[in-house]
Design a protein around this ligand. Sequence first.
Ligand code: FES
Length: 168
Amino acid sequence: MVTNLTAPALPAEDRRWKIVNATMRRLGYSPNALIETLHTVQEAFGYLDDVSLRFVAKTLRVPLSRAYGVATFYHFFNLKPPGKHTCVVCMGTACYIKGAGHLVEAVEKAHNVKAGETTADGELSLMTARCIGCCAMAAAAVFDGETIGKLTADETLKHIRRITSHDA
Ligand code: FES
C-alpha cells in the first residue's frame, strides 16, 4: 500500500486547515484518525461541510460515504454552518494559563451566547479549540480565520466588534 506521509494540498489558505492537517499528521494519516480529525475540523470551523469532509476523507483514504456516515451519526458533529462570524478561542494549556477562560466568559456575557453556540441573531458563533499551534502568542483566538494573539478580554471583545461591524 502507498502511504501518504507528505502534506496534502490544503483546501484554502486558512491557518485552520494547517491545524486540521497537524492532527492527521500526528496520527500518521491513518484511516483510524477520522473521528479525531473531524473533531479538529469542527473545533476550528464550527461545523463540517462538504469541502472539509472530502478533504479529510481523501487525505485519510477513507470513502467519502464513511466520513459522511460518521459526521451524521454522532450528534456532537454539526453539519450546519455556524453564525455569520466565528470567534474560536484557544483553550490549550498555554492559552488557558494566560487567561483564555476569561476571554470565553467575557464573550459569553457580552453576547449572551455559550461556547459552542451561535447568538440568537446568527451573527456570531463562539467556539473553543485545543492548541491552535501558536502558543508563543497565548492567549490566542481566531476571528473569522485570522489568528490574533496576546489577547485580553477587552481586546477579544474589540476584535469581535471589528469583524461584525461591517454588516450593516
Ligand atoms: S495553547 Fe493556545 S496556541 Fe497553543
